[in-house]
Write a protein that binds this ligand. Structure first.
Ligand SMILES: Cc1cc2nc3c(=O)[nH]c(=O)nc-3n(C[C@H](O)[C@H](O)[C@H](O)COP(=O)(O)O)c2cc1C
Length: 451
């Protein structure tokens, strides 16, 4: 008799809803985005629901338009590492993953900070490596705009390889002379409980994919429809195999938003309500400005689409400070949206609600559990980084209603099995160096918190 193979496990991350486009901070149920209580509440909810990790994005400079802060950014954003370090004291099992750029940091500094977090948390540290290209952000730092687009990933690759080497180097001397870094020294910390904290990567271009498939343990990517997600996952796994890696050791973790209801119809209504909350009039204008390449603040968000055509490049430098502009056939996209708005009689804001903010999963808890499971079992993803729209209670309904259904399917743990994030994610342990007579006592045995 042949037995059924075990189902693939669903990996789950909990994205703290900071200053991103899906966050609704104007809702009466929305709490502080910078108070420690908010971080604790979301992290502890995710831990009770057996998520793999808590996740922080990074924005190193608030976005601006014509010298005024973007309306979504006025809530501010604390620095990642102190938040994660503080959370390590009020959680026990959940991984703590922070986004940090390879463009404006230094490898030794970041390696030391993450290794420290790994020691403090007993092996729960993770790093989402990003390249944060824009010169406006760079101008916040001592090097100004710094680093041409084409150099971002050569620096990132050298950066991550050097960080990994530093993590496992102690007590030996590290000598590295490369294109971007010249290091000759000794790392300040003994090997941390994970040996190497978990490394994720976010950045979907061809160079970004190549970098992630070679250096990362997991990829944080945009939400896509089922076919698009399958194609993305297949591409990244093939790149990992071509780099000589086991494709199962590269986890594909798309962002996912959700709306729940007692019936499918109720969930659709709720999803539409949330989308309208997410897209204020100003947000709608700013979304379209990135395509029109001109200031649209004079156009009524509840009126028709602007009757003017998009401006050719170059962009107005004061209009998009800290914002990523779309690439590809922008004129074609604008034509398509005009047709859609005519056909459905959509206002400027209606159009943006329609095209920008659709949730990944909408339905009853059973529908959503089925959709998540289906995507994982069919190779479209290894799991999801859930992005709730409310702070700090945005995961409550998911944790209460969807998580038990995933557990009942046998695709989500009911308690943490591993001691480290690496183990919980099913990633290979980093093999320890053979002990030498000069080695001090194992740091992991003294640094781990009691079970
Ligand atoms: C899903 C996703 C999440 C990202 N999150 C961040 C972030 O939190 N902070 C940041 O500075 N950049 C973030 N990035 C930007 C990337 O690091 C990168 O700079 C950008 O995507 C451009 O690189 P690319 O051309 O390879 O996509 C993110 C990108 C993606 C796709």
């Amino acid at each position: 008799m042949t037995s059924e193979p075990a189902p693939r496990q669903v990996r789950l991350g909990a994205h703290f809803p900071g200053v991103n486009n899906t966050t609704v901070w104007s809702d009466p149920a929305s709490g502080s985005h910078i108070a420690f209580d908010s971080f604790v509440r979301l992290a502890q909810t995710a831990e009770r629901a057996c998520f793999d990790f808590f996740f922080l994005a990074e924005g190193l400079r608030l976005r601006e338009k014509k010298g005024r802060i973007h309306d979504l950014d006025v809530v501010g954003r604390p620095d990642t590492l102190p938040v994660l370090a503080a959370l390590s004291a009020v959680t026990e099992h959940i991984g703590l993953v922070g986004t940090m750029t390879t463009t404006f940091n230094e490898p030794e500094e970041l390696a030391r900070q993450l290794a420290s977090l790994d020691h403090l948390s007993g092996g729960r540290a993770g790093w989402n490596a990003v390249t944060s290209p824009d010169a406006f952000t760079g101008a916040n730092f001592r090097r100004g705009g710094f680093l041409a687009r084409e150099d971002r990933y050569t620096r990132a690759s050298e950066f991550v390889a050097l960080v990994r080497r530093l993590w496992t180097s102690w007590p030996d001397r590290v000598v590295h002379a490369g294109r971007h870094f010249d290091v000759d020294g000794r790392f300040a910390l003994p090997r941390s409980p994970q040996g190497q904290p978990v490394v994720l990567q976010a950045g979907d271009s061809d160079d970004g994919r190549g970098f992630g498939a070679t250096h990362a343990d997991g990829i944080f990517t945009l939400a896509r429809d089922l076919d698009g997600a399958r194609a993305f996952s297949a591409d990244l796994k093939a790149r990992a195999a071509a780099a000589g890696r086991d494709p199962d050791h590269l986890l594909i973790l798309p962002a996912a938003t959700f709306a729940l209801g007692d019936t499918a119809a109720e969930a659709e209504v709720r999803a539409a309500e949330i989308r309208r909350q997410q897209v204020s009039g100003q947000t709608a204008q700013q979304f379209l400005e990135r395509y029109w390449n001109r200031d649209l603040s004079a156009y009524d968000p509840d009126g028709p689409l602007p009757d003017v055509d998009p401006l050719p490049e170059p962009e107005d430098p004061l209009l998009f400070q800290g914002q990523v502009r779309p690439t590809g056939d922008v004129a074609g996209q604008v034509r398509q949206w005009r047709d859609l708005a005519d056909e459905k009689d959509l206002s400027l804001r209606d159009l943006v609600v329609e095209v920008s903010a659709r949730q990944t999963f909408v339905g009853t808890p059973a529908d959503v559990a089925d959709q998540i499971d289906h995507r994982v079992q069919t190779g479209a993803a290894d799991g999801f980084i859930l992005v709730p729209h409310l702070t700090p209670g945005g995961l409550d309904d998911f944790a209460t209603h969807v998580v038990p259904l995933l557990q009942a399917k046998g695709v989500l743990r009911t308690s943490y099995g591993g001691a480290t994030l690496r183990e919980n994610l099913g990633l290979p342990a980093v093999a320890p160096d053979p002990p030498s007579p000069t080695d001090p006592p194992s740091p992991s045995s003294t640094a781990r918190r009691p079970a």
